[in-house]
Design a protein around this ligand. Structure first.
Ligand code: SF4
Length: 322
C-alpha cells in the first residue's frame, strides 16, 4: 500500500479549530499523524486516540447523516415514501451500539480506537446517564418524524433518481476541490437538480437552528459548481433543521465567495508559516502552535488530557464540532 500523505488542506472546521486554538490544530492534524502505527511515539498514539473522541450529540448527528445518505443512495428508480421507521430504527440501533462499545471500552480491549466508539462523556466524565440516552433517542425520533414530513425529504424520495446529483460524498477524494491552489474539503449532504436545471444543496441539521455563515455556504457552492460544471449563480443552499422543522434558503452564494477565498488564503499563510517543512506538510515544532489562553475552550476539547488541561469540568462538544 502506498504511504499515506498528510495533505495540507482547508475546511470550515480546520479554520475554526486553528483560530480557536493553534495547539488543537497541531494535535489534530500533525501531532497525531502516524499515531495508528505500532511503533508510534506515546504522544502521537495518545493524540490519535483523542482525535477519535465524539460526544453523544455528535454521534446522533453522524448516525443520522450516514443513514439518510445510505437510504438515498440505495433508493430505487421508482418514487417511494420516505422510509421514516427504517431510518429511525437504524439510527437508534447504531447509536446504542456505539454507546455500548464506548461504555465497555472496546477500543481499549481490542486496541483499535478508530474501529470502536470513544464517547467524550465516557472518556472525560462519568459516562452517559440513562436520562441522556433517553433524550438522545427522543431527539432521533423527533428528527426522523420531522425528516419524514419535510418536503425536502419527500421530494428526494419522489423525484427521478438521476436528479439526486450528489449524495454525501463518501470518500476523502470525493469531498476535495482546489481553491486558489489550496486543497479544500466540502461535504454537502445532498445536491438535487430541479426541472429548470437549478442545483439545490440540502444540508440536514440535527442541532438547534443557528445563523448560517454565507462564506461557509459559498464553499459548498464552489464545490457544487466545480463538480457539476454549473455557475454558482445556479446553486441554492437550504439548511433544514430536523428538530424544529424550520428551513433557511440562501440563493446568492456568490456573495460569500470573496470572503471564503480570503479565509482560505489567510489560513494557508498562517498555518504554513508555522510548519518546519512546507512541501511535506510537517509541523516539527509544537511551540509554533501555542495553547489558547481561553481555557473555557479546553472544557469541550478532545485534547484536554495531552495538554494537561483537566482542572475544569468537561463539557461534551455540540454536534457540529469536529
Ligand atoms: S485542551 Fe485547550 S489548549 Fe489544549 S488543544 Fe484543546 S483547546 Fe487547545
Amino acid at each position: 500500500m502506498a504511504d499515506l500523505q498528510n495533505e495540507f488542506a482547508w475546511s470550515w472546521s480546520r479554520h475554526r479549530t486553528f483560530y480557536e486554538c493553534p495547539r488543537r490544530t497541531y494535535w489534530r492534524y500533525y501531532g497525531s499523524w502516524g499515531g495508528w502505527e505500532s511503533d508510534a511515539s506515546k504522544d502521537s498514539a495518545l493524540a490519535y486516540r483523542l482525535t477519535q473522541l465524539k460526544s453523544l450529540a455528535m454521534l446522533v448527528g453522524e448516525s443520522f447523516h450516514n443513514v439518510i445518505g445510505e437510504r438515498l443512495r440505495m433508493r430505487s428508480e421508482a418514487p417511494s415514501p420516505v422510509p421514516i421507521q427504517l431510518i429511525r430504527d437504524e439510527v437508534e440501533r447504531r447509536l446504542l451500539k456505539r454507546v455500548r462499545e464506548s461504555r465497555n471500552r472496546d477500543w481499549e480491549r481490542f486496541g483499535q480506537p478508530k474501529q470502536y466508539a470513544i464517547l467524550f462523556e465516557d472518556y472525560y466524565g462519568i459516562g452517559v446517564s440513562a436520562a441522556q440516552q433517553d433524550a438522545a433517542l427522543k431527539q432521533i425520533g423527533l428528527c426522523a418524524d420531522t425528516f419524514g414530513r419535510s418536503s425536502y425529504a419527500r421530494r428526494s424520495f419522489a423525484i427521478p433518481r438521476k436528479r439526486l446529483r450528489i449524495i454525501d460524498p463518501p470518500g476523502f477524494d470525493d469531498a476535495k476541490m482546489v481553491v486558489d491552489g489550496v486543497t479544500v474539503f466540502a461535504k454537502p449532504d445532498l445536491v438535487v437538480e430541479d426541472e429548470q436545471g437549478m442545483l439545490h444543496i440540502v444540508d440536514w441539521k440535527t442541532g438547534r437552528p443557528s445563523k448560517a455563515n454565507i462564506a461557509q455556504l459559498a464553499v459548498y457552492g464552489l464545490y457544487v459548481s466545480e463538480k457539476l460544471g454549473a455557475p454558482i449563480e445556479n446553486v441554492v443552499a437550504h439548511l433544514v433543521y430536523l428538530v424544529t422543522g424550520e428551513a433557511d434558503r440562501y440563493a446568492n452564494l456568490r456573495e460569500g465567495v470573496g470572503e471564503a477565498q480570503r479565509m482560505i488564503a489567510t489560513y494557508a499563510a498562517d498555518v504554513r508559516d508555522r510548519l518546519t517543512d512546507i512541501p511535506n506538510n510537517v509541523a516539527g515544532d509544537i511551540e509554533q502552535f501555542p495553547m489558547t489562553t481561553n481555557t473555557v475552550l479546553c472544557r469541550r476539547c478532545n485534547f484536554r488530557e495531552i495538554c494537561g488541561r483537566l482542572d475544569d469540568a468537561p463539557t461534551p462538544p455540540p454536534d457540529d464540532e469536529d
